[in-house]
Design a protein around this ligand. Structure first.
Ligand SMILES: *Cc1c(COP(=O)(O)O)cnc(C)c1O
Length: 464
């Protein structure tokens, strides 16, 4: 077999990819026909593909490359750690400096008494850990029946058996026998799509109160926790109405259940604070972290746990862990990533400077005839595509058809902007500059124009 390098023609790479590489969340047969785009290198907010095109990555990879591509410090941190200690476990009465330093740093950054970290290799693994943490916590407290966990439809918490069950994605539930028992879902606070005639705050309260209704239906003595993303990411960057989170916090407090904030996207500056829980003023007992923790340079995730839960779990043997929990290279890179975020004041810049600039520009997209609303918190935003703004109408075509057509134009215009059904979403690197934001908006506008023309040509400009 010949060496596979960047210099191989794109078509050959595509053929090998189609023959042997099974892609996540993809229809393999379609992909093989279409041919994948092959990304070869990166710098700052830009990717380069095998045809030499320069692409503005308004998704920061998969919501994770917070400090941007090409950071030599992270390369150095990995190389240094690999030379010194490439691997050692933390299972059997041993520890190592990167895991110790990263746990201590996370305890310092996390709000309140979230002072203890259980490491995992990803967000999915960390949420699986959370299920076992919550159920073990209540069992140790003498309330083993409190094993039910409430989550939300259209939430995303990963795609393993446990985390995929916590998530509320019907496409995931429909394959492989999910959800696992004792996971229950309530509605999402997605006013644009589901709010009907209600005012946003009225709808937000209604959706929050579904948590109380579910707790009462299941019996408060049987409920262990509620899990949610502060801002839903993969579900389409859904920002809850202002009334929602205070009511959720009231209900969680009233029934004494644990609150798990899934900060996998919201954490590490994405919302303009270190954690989305701070932006939304909520007090979780456990936070799930991954993605921006290492800016995606190494696979690492974890659970940050409050004093009380850690004390109860700590009094027994917790029969859980991953070979790569606290992996020294991943931990060293994460630690260096946090140093960059802190020393370059990247989170402050998102909150005070580039975030507000992006918000203003992004919201101006609502002047486009196909854009109904724009929602943005810090550096995660979404726009709703609609054939009729006033009635918030959906397109008559199958949900996602129009979104896909606009995304296809984005791709052609060298802008990575994803679609979730007929919502377009962005989550750029936190280091994006004002001129790069201008370029993002320019390419988005052009793609919307072209997408809309294609929608009309295809006879799809019609309300459901
Ligand atoms: C991506 C994501 C996960 C899963 O993380 P993986 O590292 O892909 O397993 C969990 N929760 C949220 C909110 C995510 O966005």
């Amino acid at each position: 077999m010949p060496a596979i390098t960047n210099h191989m023609p794109t078509a050959e790479l595509q053929a090998l990819d189609a023959a042997h590489h099974m892609h996540p969340f993809s229809t393999q047969a379609d992909l093989a026909k279409r041919g994948v785009r092959i990304i070869t290198s990166s710098k700052g907010c830009f990717l380069k593909d095998s045809e030499g095109e320069e692409i503005l990555d308004a998704m920061a990879g998969l919501w994770c490359v917070n400090v941007g591509y090409g950071r030599e410090e992270l390369v150095e941190a990995a190389a240094r750690q690999m030379r010194e200690l490439p691997y050692y476990n933390t299972f059997f009465m041993t520890s190592h400096i990167p895991a110790i330093a990263l746990a201590a740093k996370l305890a310092e950054l996390a709000p309140g008494d979230l002072n203890h970290v259980f490491f995992a290799g990803s967000g999915s693994e960390a949420n699986d850990t959370n299920i076992r943490l919550v159920r073990t916590y209540w069992a140790e407290k003498g309330q083993p029946e409190r094993k039910k966990i409430i989550a939300r439809w259209n939430g995303y918490h990963g795609s393993s058996m446990g985390s995929g069950s916590l998530g509320g994605m019907v496409g995931i539930h429909s394959q492989g026998g999910l959800p696992i028992p004792d996971i229950h879902h309530i509605g999402q606070p997605h006013w644009w799509a589901e709010g009907g005639e209600m005012m946003p705050d009225e709808f937000g309260l209604m959706r929050a109160r579904e948590l109380e209704e579910m707790i009462l239906e299941l019996g408060p003595e049987n409920v262990g926790a509620f899990i949610a993303e502060p801002v839903q990411g993969a579900g389409g960057v859904i920002v809850a109405p202002d009334s929602y989170w205070p009511e959720i916090q009231r209900i969680v407090d009233k029934y004494g259940i644990l609150l798990i904030a899934d900060e996998v996207i919201c954490g590490f500056g994405r919302t303009g604070n270190w954690f989305g829980s701070q932006t939304l003023n909520i007090r979780p007992h456990i936070m799930t972290i991954a993605k921006g923790l290492s800016s995606g340079y190494q696979p690492i995730g974890g659970s940050i746990v409050c004093d009380e839960v850690a004390a109860v779990i700590g009094a027994t043997e917790f029969n859980h862990g991953y070979t790569y929990s606290g992996h020294p290279v991943a931990a060293a890179v994460a630690l260096e990533n946090l140093r960059i975020l802190e020393e370059e004041k990247i989170v402050d810049r998102v909150r005070e400077e580039t975030g507000p600039y992006l918000k203003e520009k992004f919201e101006s997209l609502t002047e486009h005839p196909m854009v109904g609303e724009a929602k943005i918190v810090g550096m995660m935003g979404s726009i709703a595509l609609t054939p009729h703004k006033e009635s918030r109408a959906k397109f008559a075509a199958e949900a996602g058809t129009v979104g896909y057509m606009v995304r296809e134009r984005c791709f052609a215009n060298n802008l990575i902007m994803r679609h979730v059904y007929d919502r377009m979403i962005i989550s750029p690197p936190l280091v994006i500059s004002k001129s790069e934001i201008d370029l993002l908006i320019e390419r988005a506008w052009k793609s919307l124009d072209e997408g809309m023309a294609n929608v009309k040509d295809a006879g799809l400009w019609a309300s459901a």
